[in-house]
Write a protein that binds this ligand. Structure first.
Ligand code: ZN
Length: 135
């Protein structure tokens, strides 16, 4: 009923970013009944939740970028080192999750080779920057 040609609009309704890992996930039949309340893409993300260290990584990413010229980029490892200089390697994946959450919130872009990439798909080294306004 009136859905022909409106694929992208429909897709946006059936898809959302995970509150934990920041990856976009599609609505599954098991989620249909309470889709509006679904926040996590998986049991693993739900169990892990968003811990204080995860929020600290978001704050560190923002602070590092605020210290630099508007167009500068940072590596997620810089935020990880700021949060825990000794065990920063353990924070690399959490830092990437923090970055994806910030992309979902519209406060960050993830780039590879100078191009904005889909946070849900990016593999390998990434850089982070503030969103650039068009025009
Ligand atoms: Zn997730």
């Amino acid at each position: 009923m009136g859905r022909a040609g409106r694929g992208s609009e429909r897709a946006a309704v059936d898809r959302k970013p995970c509150a934990g890992c920041g990856r976009t996930f599609d609505r599954r039949p098991s989620m249909a009944a309470n889709w509006d309340e679904v926040r996590w893409c998986s049991d693993a993300c739900r169990r892990r939740g968003v811990r204080p260290v995860d929020r600290a990584l978001e704050v560190a990413i923002g602070a590092l970028l605020d210290d630099r010229p508007r167009d500068a980029t940072i590596c997620p490892s810089e935020a990880a080192r700021q949060v825990d200089p000794d065990r920063w390697r353990d924070l690399m994946e959490p830092a990437r999750r923090a970055a994806r959450r910030m992309v979902a919130a519209g406060t960050l872009e993830i780039v590879q080779d100078g191009r904005v990439v889909d946070p849900s798909r990016a593999k390998g080294p990434i850089r982070l920057r503030r969103p650039r306004s068009v025009g």
